[in-house]
Design a protein. Structure first.
Length: 99
C-alpha cells in the first residue's frame, strides 16, 4: 500500500460500528451535501462528499438506482466499504480491535 492509500476497516466491522449515515448540509460550503457516518452512540465517525458517492454509484455496475430508498441503501453499502481506519482508531481501541 502506498502512502497515499487509506486503509479501511473491514466491511463486517463497519456494519457493526455504523449506526447511521445521514445526508446533511456541508458546514462551510453552501449547496454542498455530505453523507455523515455516525456510530451507535450518535458520535460522528467521518463524512463523505455526496457528489463523490453519487459519481461512484453511477460508475459502478448497475448505476444509480431510480428509487430513493434503493439509492440510499446502495450509498450506505458503498460507504461501509470505505470507512477509513484513522477515523475510527479510538472506537476500534475501545472495541479491542487494535493494540
Amino acid at each position: 500500500m502506498s502512502a497515499d492509500e487509506t486503509k479501511c476497516i473491514p466491511y463486517e466491522l463497519a456494519k457493526k460500528m455504523v449506526g447511521a449515515v445521514m445526508e446533511e448540509e456541508h458546514l462551510h460550503e453552501e449547496n454542498r451535501r455530505v453523507l455523515t457516518v455516525y456510530d451507535h452512540n450518535d458520535q460522528e465517525i467521518c463524512w463523505f462528499d455526496a457528489e463523490d458517492i453519487m459519481a461512484e454509484m453511477a460508475a459502478s455496475e448497475g448505476g444509480i438506482p431510480k428509487k430513493a430508498d434503493d439509492m440510499k441503501a446502495k450509498a450506505v453499502e458503498m460507504i461501509l466499504h470505505q470507512i477509513p481506519e484513522w477515523a475510527v482508531e479510538d472506537l476500534l481501541a475501545r472495541m479491542g480491535q487494535k493494540k
